[in-house]
Design a protein around this ligand. Structure first.
Ligand SMILES: C[S@@+](CC[C@H](N)C(=O)[O-])C[C@H]1O[C@@H](n2cnc3c(N)ncnc32)[C@H](O)[C@@H]1O
Length: 219
């Protein structure tokens, strides 16, 4: 459910960045089922948000679970700077992928990846999944939320929007969208030693084919 109080919280958190970017973040809040993604977190622990963008997920996470320790990482320096302006909390840090050496291996309870893999060529997914696995504790939880290729009418809406975002407006850095079938995600997660415990459609009430996977790292 979308809440006015969340929109007010977002506008306040991002008060130091441009109005246009703030509006973009509010729209991002409206089009993605954040409550379902956040329901996989716990009251405490360490969370790594890979491909954090403007850091919306982590700001929403800390609004609900203030004791979490959260780190967002992204390769787009402009987004990392904007995300950093959204917080003065000690338990929320945003870093660029160049600074990944600051993270301690096997120290995170949760790794979350939201709408990142689709923007990366599929032959590079292994790089990302094995990298995040390095930072997860044994038995740590991975949550991947992406868009999939069914239902087809939602897929076409999603594909068109992503082409505009990546190629025309250039507000997402990446290649052509890779909107893959559910089975492809399951195989990639298994190939990177994650046991998928739950996966389901989470697109009810949205125009986009949102889908979530939750798994555990096995050694
Ligand atoms: C569509 S945005 C999603 C941002 C955020 N997760 C959200 O849901 O609002 C995709 C993000 O992934 C980041 N990204 C893509 N490939 C990446 C990589 N190899 N390493 C780090 N960040 C990456 C992009 O810079 C972008 O911020």
């Amino acid at each position: 459910m979308k809440r006015i109080s969340d929109v007010v919280y977002i506008l306040r958190s991002y008060a130091k960045i441009s109005l246009l970017t703030r509006l973009f973040i509010v729209i991002r809040y409206l089009v993605c089922p954040w409550d379902i993604i956040l329901s996989y977190l716990r009251e405490s622990g360490k969370v790594l948000d890979f491909g954090t963008g403007h850091g919306l997920l982590l700001n929403l996470a800390l609004q609900r679970f203030p004791k979490l320790h959260c780190t967002g990482i992204d390769h787009d320096q402009r987004k990392v700077e904007a995300a950093s302006k959204s917080t003065t909390r000690e338990n929320l840090t945003f870093i660029s992928t160049d600074e990944i050496g600051r993270l301690v291996p096997a120290s995170f309870d949760f790794v979350i990846i939201v709408d990142v893999l689709y923007s990366v060529p599929t032959d590079r997914w292994h790089e990302i999944l094995s990298l995040v696995s390095t930072y997860l504790k044994p038995e740590g939880i991975i949550v991947v939320k992406e868009t999939v290729d069914t239902p087809r009418w939602k897929y076409y809406i999603c594909w068109l929007q992503e082409i505009i975002a990546i190629r025309v407006l250039k507000y997402t850095k990446g290649d052509s969208p890779q909107i893959m079938p559910v089975d492809y995600y399951l195989k990639q997660l298994a190939a990177n030693r994650f046991v998928v415990e739950e996966h389901s459609r989470i697109d009810s009430g949205y125009l986009w084919p949102h889908y979530i996977f939750m798994g555990k790292k096995v050694d």
